[in-house]
Design a protein around this ligand. Structure first.
Ligand code: HEM
Length: 350
């Protein structure tokens, strides 16, 4: 029989091994090579609190910015991986990732907020944290500070050296007119299953949409899968197919990260075809219902899907760079600084 000392020893071993495993993300998707749960623990220990504290203030002034930051991280990761490419200003040479149609409705403030966070972080820790890592942390904080689940963010991403073409951007971001078949097939190519797809779509529990993203469901005829009263209310907010205004995406609780988006879908009050069809389609209907009736189930699956999304095709190690300004590569910045210097010298000479 084991002595009480041995039992104590074994149970303490179990306790500590559990602690170590769960502190490294037990039950969460595996880390991709090069990312780590503790990447800046010794080199920039205040990183997460710098981001969190600043965003608390930003959201206190305007809670809508949370939705903008969450969407920015999604658009970053789906196109060319989470490499900050969506933040790069395009060249004069033609349409770029940032100016592609789906990115035109990203909030201008979101880019400014990330740049401001970068400045604060680099001031304290030096140029060691990438714009893409900052965007991933900001998205997590957007979820937490609007009432959603907290989760650990794998860090160590490097920023990309170029942005995607307009057509690559369109190929990777599904339009709101897509049905579930399209969503499931296109997201499966990135490693997402049906549960991930339904969970990720739950991000539409916060934020706004422009009328033009859904008015094809109202005019000339109202989509038969849409609740009549809900449709009539939308028509009042968007009187024409090309109305320029915006509406809340989850009218039940537009600024709270909760499971009401799924309650909307169950009541045929989803905004986009890509949302509502998740309830119409047999393959995803049960997942919608399970999230709509149990918020914890949604939160758990959302965290898994977000951690997966945040690791899509990341650059790590010696790949890419850590940008000194999120909207421009370091080479581009160097060139711009030289030109600016020359301009000043010339201006002083004449
Ligand atoms: C899966 C397919 C998806 C489609 C078709 C889609 C489509 C859209 C569209 C059309 C808008 C409104 C844009 C506008 O008119 O202003 C929007 C907003 C938004 N999306 Fe998605 N989205 C999808 C997935 C996601 C994911 C995965 C996330 C994040 C994890 C996300 C987060 C958001 C947020 C937070 C907003 C509101 C942004 C704001 O208020 O500024 N979406 N989405």
């Amino acid at each position: 029989m084991a002595s009480s000392f041995e039992l104590l020893f074994i149970s303490s071993l179990l306790f500590f091994s559990h602690f170590i495993v769960s502190s490294k993300g037990q039950g969460l998707p595996p880390l991709v090579k090069g990312l780590s749960w503790t990447f800046f623990d010794s080199t920039c220990p205040n990183l997460e609190s710098i981001v969190r504290k600043r965003l608390e203030k930003v959201f206190k002034d305007d809670i809508g910015q949370a939705a903008g930051l969450l969407r920015l991280h999604f658009h970053d990761c789906f196109v060319q991986g989470c490499d900050g490419s969506v933040m790069l200003d395009g060249s004069a040479g033609g349409p770029s990732e940032k100016t592609a149609i789906p990115n035109q409705t990203l909030r201008k403030e979101s880019f400014k907020i990330i740049e401001d966070l970068r400045e604060r972080v680099h001031k304290e820790c030096g140029r060691i944290v990438s714009c893409s890592d900052i965007a991933a942390l900001a998205a997590r904080d957007a979820v937490v500070l609007t009432g959603g689940p907290n989760y650990v963010v794998p860090l160590g991403r490097r920023d990309g050296l170029n942005f995607a073409t307009e057509s690559a951007t369109l190929d990777n971001l599904v339009p709101p007119t897509a049905n579930t078949t399209t969503l499931l097939t296109r997201l499966a190519t990135k490693g997402f299953d049906a549960t991930d797809v339904v969970a990720l779509s739950g991000a539409h529990t916060i934020g706004i949409s422009h009328c033009t993203s859904f008015t094809e469901r109202l005019y000339p005829n109202q989509d038969a899968t849409m609740d009549k009263t809900f449709g009539n209310n939308l028509k009042r907010s968007c009187p024409k197919v090309d109305s320029n205004s915006t509406v809340n995406m989850d009218f039940r609780s537009p600024n709270v990260f909760d499971n009401k988006y799924y309650v909307d879908l169950m009541n045929r009050q989803g905004l986009f075809t890509s949302d509502q069809d998740l309830y119409t389609d047999k393959r995803t209907r049960r997942i919608v219902t399970s999230f709509g009736t149990d918020q914890k189930v949604f939160f758990d699956k959302f965290v898994i899907a977000m951690i997966k999304m945040g690791q899509l095709n990341v650059s790590t190690g010696r790949q890419g760079e850590i940008r000194a300004k999120c909207s421009v590569t370091n080479k581009g910045k160097l060139l711009a600084d030289v030109v600016e210097g020359l301009d000043k010298t010339l201006a002083a000479a004449f």
